[in-house]
Design a binder for this molecule. Structure first.
Ligand SMILES: [Zn+2]
Length: 96
């Protein structure tokens, strides 16, 4: 994979939520592994983001998440911060 061609996009499976609700059984989205976002390559193919990349792209994910929240009309956080792998590595002071 050429990382320079990768964009980060909202997960097509869970639409950025990071979880799926299967008839009341809520679990991490299998496609994005609970991040809510995936890589999209120059061919338009989506790839789950490897856990080792979370630290590298944490800021970008944070931006995308804030943008998504605004679209939804949220001012707070949608997910329990404990449930977000990314936030464990990128605690922002105004999230607390
Ligand atoms: Zn997903």
């Amino acid at each position: 994979m050429n990382m320079a061609d990768m964009k980060i996009v909202r997960c097509i499976s869970c639409d950025g939520y990071g979880w799926e609700d299967d008839e009341g059984d809520v679990r991490d989205c299998a496609w994005c592994d609970g991040t809510g976002y995936t890589y999209r390559d120059s061919d338009g193919i989506d790839h789950p983001i490897p856990a080792e990349d979370y630290g590298k792209i944490a800021d970008e994910l944070e931006q995308l998440e804030m943008q998504r929240m605004r679209e939804l009309g949220y001012t707070g956080t949608a997910k329990n911060p404990e449930d977000q792998e990314i936030r464990k590595q990128n605690q922002s002071p105004d999230e607390a």
